[in-house]
Ligand binder design. Structure first.
Ligand SMILES: NC(=O)c1ccc[n+]([C@@H]2O[C@H](COP(=O)([O-])OP(=O)(O)OC[C@H]3O[C@@H](n4cnc5c(N)ncnc54)[C@H](O)[C@@H]3O)[C@@H](O)[C@H]2O)c1
Ligand SMILES: *[C@@H]1O[C@H](CO)[C@@H](O)[C@H](O)[C@H]1NC(C)=O
Ligand SMILES: *[C@@H]1O[C@H](CO)[C@@H](O)[C@H](O)[C@H]1NC(C)=O
Ligand SMILES: [Zn+2]
Ligand SMILES: [Zn+2]
Length: 343
């Protein structure tokens, strides 16, 4: 199995143009590399950012995709942690294990991530630039792969590769939701719904779900949202509506959309004195996010996250997710599956 493999992949030739599915050659794994057969992959909004014509930083052509799960097909020389047949999730956050950041339990950011030019484009997130998940086979470095439970359903746990981990972690690690907290999740896509799950798991007593697409509300409520609001239904700005409903704002707004306006709205409904506004959405185009010093002086905090702030815990999240899924099954049909199709 150390031959070149010919397979299909979705190639992005330039910004703003649709993918084209073409045959590619996937080289055998070199030293400390692993070739993975991708079984399932989600479609994260960040992949669509790279397709936005405003997104100038991308290196094209590129095979995108960073939310996959698969099975090890073959391993290169020197690989000891993986063998063919292992179930794995590729990590877009490298963990070199040696830099000062990897050695610190305070962060999940590896020094190698700061060496990549554009952290929201996928093509360079895995270090050698050869790996992506919108392909039937992909090659990744051994530090960019997590071995997961053999019983894990790959079509579901692929979401742990990005959306689930990011949203769930944003609630737990970034906003630090506590029992009894009030929360407001802006955007109920894959990331936002996972943030709702994180708020619920952390014991929040009130969880606002905000989206301009009301079709998201049923699932958000099933996952724990207590109040779903569509900004288009109100004359006044949504932060004012929330401030009135909560007598001054919520403890933990979590922005999972990625526009400057919704980030501002999230900060504007953060309660004074102790609120933490968590920024998860990635805005395209390098615009600034305006913050008045007075908002901070009054005790509001802003925190942001990359991949939910998790430190080396993809295998554990898979186990948590499997346990959570079992809990959900009693109430609904595979709730967690519904929010993202696999491509
Ligand atoms: N920080 C990280 O590590 C990280 C990781 C993954 C994704 N992201 C970012 O998180 C964001 C969400 O990703 P996703 O995959 O869930 O996206 P998504 O497109 O699936 O979901 C976005 C949701 O926001 C809603 N929405 C859009 N504009 C709105 C508005 N003005 N007001 C209210 N609702 C609005 C949409 O209807 C949709 O339901 C993206 O910006 C993505 O790039 C960041
Ligand atoms: C900010 O969020 C990160 C995770 O995204 C977390 O590790 C860190 O502790 C948070 N900082 C504060 C001050 O809460
Ligand atoms: C749940 O699953 C059952 C059996 O597969 C199906 O009949 C039903 O329509 C599903 N309900 C929803 C809400 O999808
Ligand atoms: Zn993503
Ligand atoms: Zn490192």
């Amino acid at each position: 199995t150390t031959q070149v493999i010919n397979c299909k992949a979705a190639i992005a030739w330039e910004a703003g143009k649709p993918f084209s599915v073409e045959e590619i050659e996937v080289a055998p794994p070199k030293e400390h590399e692993i070739r993975v057969k991708i079984v399932a992959t989600g479609l994260c909004r960040t992949d669509a950012h790279a397709m936005n014509p405003c997104f100038k930083e991308g290196l094209f052509p590129v095979i995108l995709g960073h939310e996959g799960a698969g099975i090890v097909e073959s391993v290169g020389p020197g690989v000891t942690k993986f063998k063919p047949g292992d179930k794995v999730i590729p990590l877009y956050m490298p963990q070199c294990g040696q830099c000062k950041f990897c050695l610190s339990p305070k962060t999940n950011l590896c020094d190698k991530i700061s060496k990549v030019k554009t952290p929201i484009s996928d093509q360079d997130l895995m270090l050698d630039g050869t790996s992506s998940t919108f392909s039937e086979y992909t090659v990744v470095g051994e530090n960019s792969l997590a071995k997961i439970d053999a019983a894990a359903p790959l079509d579901k746990v692929c979401l742990i590769g990005c959306g689930f981990s990011t949203g769930y972690g944003a609630a737990i690690n970034t906003a630090k939701v506590e029992p009894g907290s009030s929360c407001a999740v802006f955007g109920l896509g894959g990331v936002g719904l996972s943030a709702v799950m994180g708020c619920k798991a952390a014991g929040a007593s009130r969880i606002f779900g905000i989206d301009i697409n009301k079709d998201k509300f049923a699932l958000a409520k099933e996952l724990g949202a207590t109040d779903c609001l569509n900004p288009l239904d109100f004359q006044k700005p949504i932060h004012k509506v929330i401030n009135e409903m909560t007598n001054g704002g919520v403890d933990c707004p979590i922005e999972c959309i990625g526009t400057i306006d919704t980030m501002k709205a999230a900060l504007d409904c953060t309660t004074v004195d102790w609120g933490t506004c968590a920024i998860v959405g990635a805005a395209v185009g390098g615009q600034a996010f305006p913050v008045s010093p007075m908002q901070l002086i009054m005790g509001r905090k802003i925190n942001a996250t990359f991949f939910g702030g998790h430190v080396e815990c993809v295998p554990k999240l898979v186990l948590d997710y499997m346990a959570f899924n079992l809990l959900q099954e009693g109430k609904s049909n595979q709730t967690v599956l519904v929010f993202k199709g696999s491509a």
